[in-house]
Design a protein around this ligand. Sequence first.
Ligand code: GLU
Length: 294
Amino acid sequence: MTSPPGAGRFAPSPSADLHIGNLRTAVLAWLFARSTGRRFLMRVEDLDDRTHPEVAERQLADLAALGLTWDGPATRQSDHPQRYDDVVDALADRGLLYECFCTRRDIAQAPRAPHAPEGAYPGTCRNLTDAQRAQRRDETGRPPALRLRTDTAQFTVHDLLHGDYTGVVDDFVVRRGDGVPAYNLAVVVDDAASGVDQVVRGDDLLSSSPRQSYLAHLLGHRQPVYAHVPLVLNADGARLAKRDGAVTLAEIGVPEALGRIAGSLGYRAHTVAGMLAEFDPARLPRTPWVYLPE
Ligand code: GLU
């Protein structure tokens, strides 16, 4: 018996309309998946932002308008909250979680070891006694976040564009104080639940991948192969944003958007099917694309 083909995916957060940089990343995710015979899945990451279902609908309509196709209906994280709670419970049963009462400010102001990596949780709540925990709970008066008790400071992932990438793994949050599953947990749980073995996304998330890959390893999941693609920048060299104007599909129009995306990738074809025929991951641009509206 042959194993079922793996899957790639695109996982937009429905906070705003997709801009041309997001659309280009989606096209690349589709090209990577389809060129390797994988299924392509669409997942709306709405745990954080359930209030704008119409934004998600527009995002999906825009992706379809570019000619992207996905297997099965788009899924929404908010449709299955139990999935995340079950994994949090399983990690807790293994003694791998602890309560954290720190605010962002506490973390920023905490003393840290001389060589502690930038942005890593300093471990303030890791070894509290039961009495200290009860005291912190009374003092803060709000429910704690849950952090993963990690046993490493770094982890290595394989990225098709960045090679072997080693990055920080700290005791990251898996469930926020407000009860919402943290992004780093949800992404790993969803990818594994849907058979995703190829993760293509913007390279702003490269530094999150060691944490996610470490968690996948703890949960006994197969490591996905990653491709973190360069971001799109505006004329000032800053990350493209909706406020730059003339960046959404509604503003640019489908033919122009496809033409600009294809041009930025060095393709002659102006359809996604044509780009698929020309796709060669080894020839992808490794530097950000600067998008200037016409
Ligand atoms: N939802 C995330 C975003 O829109 C992407 C997460 C991922 O691809 O892992 O930035």
